[in-house]
Design a protein around this ligand. Structure first.
Ligand code: PMP
Length: 387
């Protein structure tokens, strides 16, 4: 069979159902204001929650540093582990109050690594059904059995824990990437204790944002992570740079160093990225005012959107989805917003469940109240066409 014969009908079908994926090209520096397809837009699509990707200090300091090379030349275990990696790991572990942090190139790889390295054949991974795709792929790479529970349903989580074979690991997003709601961590921790399970929390959308000082979901709920809990963070969202990490106990990280294939068999993150993340971490630590502004934007958006009659999701985070149902409506709304000067992408199946295509609006501390007011105006003009 020719490759074309397999994929042409499938892609054609996707085009007809408004499910074909295209890559939007940004021709300006990426930030809160972007040039896309020749138009200047306010960007309500990024995960750059504190606006740090636009921070000129980070760029300046990295460019001025003689030891910040853009290639590490090898994996961490060979000769790629530079002082900037080492210092970043230490600084992140001090910040989070954990024994150890291990750097990865992406959150995707970190999520692949933890489940593959720590869970064995005969063990059970128990996932929230709306977990990020990389967590699901991590479960597939592991030899443990995968079980899932309906989104945030603690009774079903407990049922899965009771039936689990071998060691159980509960796996959940801290903040769900397409819905913006949070995992009910206090209840999850109680069940974890009761059933002697381990826990993996993906804090990609929580670190830097949630909690008084941006230390994520655990800080938000006033909880401590114990030795059987691992947290994954990415540096590509609130940190505004690139890379990722796993935070946990010394023994958990030693196990990853020795067993995690997505960490062992890949080139280390460039030292320049590690330095950029060290500078970004200092800024995240000093971002209380930015977090307060972000919270104010979210509250304003929610209050006004509700008064317009828009149906909002139960989310206190910078991810505010507007669920529209079918893909064609979501695409039409996204296009109309583009015409009004906003980039708000339509998120469609299979990224989200069928019938729940949506606009995923995300806020950054670099947005102004006026940006949000203008977006609300544009949404209000669209609302009557929701059928
Ligand atoms: N986890 C979640 C919840 C995410 O949303 C993402 C990014 N979309 C990742 C992990 C992957 O992180 P990275 O972009 O660093 O690979």
């Amino acid at each position: 069979m020719r490759l074309r014969d397999r994929f042409e009908p499938l892609l054609q079908q996707r085009k007809q159902a408004e499910l074909f994926r295209r890559v939007p090209l940004v021709t300006s520096p990426i930030g809160t204001r972007i040039q896309l397809n020749g138009k200047t837009l306010v960007n309500f699509a990024a995960n750059d929650y504190l606006g740090l990707s636009e921070d000129p200090d980070i760029r300046r300091q990295v460019c001025a540093a003689d030891d910040a090379t853009f290639g590490s030349g090898a994996a961490h275990l060979i000769s790629g582990h530079h002082l900037h990696h080492h210092l970043l790991e230490d600084e992140l572990s001090d910040w989070l109050g954990v024994e150890r942090v291990l750097l990865f190139s992406t959150g995707y790889m970190a999520n692949m690594a933890v489940q593959q390295a720590l869970m064995q054949r005969g063990d059970t991974l128990i996932h929230d059904k709306l977990n990020h795709a990389s967590l699901l792929d991590g479960a597939r790479l592991s030899e443990a059995e995968l079980k899932r529970y309906p989104h945030r349903n603690m009774a079903m989580l407990e049922k899965r824990l009771r039936a689990a074979e071998g060691q159980a690991m509960i796996v959940t997003d801290g903040v769900f990437s397409m819905d913006g709601d949070m995992a009910p961590l206090p209840d999850i921790l109680e069940l974890k204790e009761k059933h002697d399970a381990w826990l993996l929390v993906d804090e990609a959308h929580a670190f830097g944002v949630l909690g008084e000082h941006g230390r994520g979901s655990f800080e938000h709920f006033g909880l401590q992570a114990d030795d059987d809990t691992l947290r994954v963070g990415t540096l590509g969202k609130a940190f505004g740079v690139f890379g990722a990490f796993v935070a946990g106990s010394q023994i958990a990280i030693d196990a990853l160093i020795n067993l995690a294939r997505p960490w062992i068999y890949t080139t280390a993150l460039p030292p320049a990225n590690a330095l950029a993340a060290r500078i970004a971490l200092k800024k995240v630590q000093q971002a209380d005012a930015a977090r307060a502004h972000l919270r104010a934007l979210i509250q304003h958006f929610r209050a006004e959107a509700e008064s317009l009659g828009l149906t909002l999701w139960e989310s206190e985070t910078p991810i505010q989805p507007l669920i529209l149902g079918d893909a064609a409506t979501a695409v039409a709304w996204s296009r109309a917003l583009f015409e009004q000067g906003f980039h708000v992408p339509a998120i469609r199946p299979p990224t989200v469940p069928k019938g729940s295509a949506r606009l995923r609006i995300t806020f950054s501390a670099c947005h102004t109240l006026e940006d949000v007011a203008r977006l609300l105006e544009a949404l209000a003009a669209l609302y009557p066409c929701k059928s």
